[in-house]
Design a protein around this ligand. Sequence first.
Ligand SMILES: Cc1ncc(C[n+]2csc(CCOP(=O)(O)OP(=O)(O)O)c2C)c(N)n1
Ligand code: SF4
Ligand SMILES: [Mg+2]
Length: 349
Amino acid sequence: MATVAEALADLSVGRRLKVLPLEELYTSGHRTCQGCESALVMRYMAKVAGPRTVVTGTTGCMYVANTSYNSTPWVVPWAHTQLGAAGSSALGTAAGLEALMRKGKIPREKINVIAFCSDGGGGDMGLSGISAAMQDTRYNLLILLYDNESYANTDIQASGMTPWGAVTSFTPSGTKKKISQHRWKKNVPALLMAGHPQGRYFASASSGFGMDLMEKVRIALDVGGPTFVQTHDPCPKGWDFDPRRSHELAILAVECGITVLWDFLEGELRYQGVTRQLVEGALKRRPVAEYLQIQGRFAHFGDEEIDYFQSQIDEMWEQWLLPGVLPATAIPQELELGTAAGRGRSEDV
Ligand SMILES: Cc1ncc(C[n+]2csc(CCOP(=O)(O)OP(=O)(O)O)c2C)c(N)n1
Ligand code: SF4
Ligand SMILES: [Mg+2]
């Protein structure tokens, strides 16, 4: 442990998280469920952002459970914003701060601007605003999407990031129709990365790997420009499991290859930790059944459903050119850059 000044001074230089600040900037005063991993993500995020930070958060659990009357865990300035407004509030806050500094109304200094959202507010409703923020290179901002795989705050409705087959209040399992959540989960960090070449940094992290997550938040804040980090956070209420197992579940998701730890910095895609060992073949993926069978939302799964889920994860690892990131399985030879065939094609044009 170290003071904020000691810890954060190191990070901007070496881009490695070696020491942690002692101070907590998201602390007691919240009312999230027991075992809520998203609350832990808020704590990690605030800790490494440091005190010169402004945070906005969209409607959802991390707004409602963190703003009981006269009580808040936030030590840094924090403001609620509309459900689909993570992108616009990040841009507006960063632009406002810049205007105040330009007019000399506040001293010029680096102030981190972070907007957080969840899968409903960020992955579904607010995707267009986040896309606009990722195109704007004038400001430094970070958008953090805490993925608890449902619209949790309004009683666990399915989002575009709810896993295939999961029971939610919109997708029950019945005797006639076992599976009503037919959509495979969308990959938001990859789609933002692929479509926004101006974005400075994109990352996929997990609440189960705190150091990796904090390092990603820190890198995002240090490189500046528009940046995006997503975290995968088990939610005991929505996923229906014993809160004691929250952290274990987050780790299992990575060990089974369902959650993939990666980041994309200045044109380079990198895998981290357990994921990297899986990519390099130093570790074997655990069967997805170990992850699914702990959770009530998959209690209706039989062998057929588990096998289907496993087959999709296997495909992502065994056939995708970039496991967990890019669904392309092959590059046609004539398109391969640098080959004689590829060069021939472009010269023809
Ligand atoms: C435009 C709009 N539609 C619906 C709502 C109602 N609402 C509030 S929070 C919420 C769920 C948000 O889900 P998510 O963004 O995933 O956050 P979580 O609750 O999971 O933390 C909904 C639907 C709202 N506040 N605004
Ligand atoms: S419902 Fe889930 S995300 Fe919301 S506070 Fe409870 S555990 Fe956290
Ligand atoms: Mg959610």
